[in-house]
Design a protein. Structure first.
Length: 125
């Protein structure tokens, strides 16, 4: 009977961990686009690019507007850029703005990406 009780406890703990994992995933998806972009207000694109370079992560940042845009590069070379460097789209960017703050954060994402990408491209050509 004691083994059965211990097995039951283990099963309950495992179920709780699974439920917590799904809850965390669902919570992340619930973040609105503005919350997803707030990190840009204090971000340093040059410092972030240098950290990425040290990790040998040369992916370029992209933003979602009418289509995927890679600021600081020629957009006609999107496929070549994606193949050569990889892309890291900034979640929360869009051409369907919710309000003025969302618009400001989207512009900030574009400018951050432009500076970040140019810094990456200086080091990895």
């Amino acid at each position: 009977m004691n083994k059965l009780t211990n097995i039951s406890k283990v099963i309950v703990v495992m179920l709780l961990l699974v439920v917590q994992s799904f809850s965390a995933i669902a919570q992340d998806k619930k973040l609105d686009p503005i919350d997803k972009l707030k990190w840009l207000e204090s971000a340093d694109p040059i410092a972030d690019a240098h950290k990425a370079i040290l990790k040998k992560d040369f992916r370029l940042h992209a933003v979602y507007w009418y289509s995927l845009i890679v600021p600081g590069t020629e957009n006609s070379k999107l496929e070549e850029l994606q193949e050569r460097y990889g892309l890291n789209p900034i979640d929360g960017t869009t051409d369907k703005l919710l309000n003025e703050k969302h618009g400001r954060l989207n512009r900030l994402a574009f400018e951050y990406s432009r500076v970040y990408n140019r810094e990456i491209l200086k080091f990895h050509k």
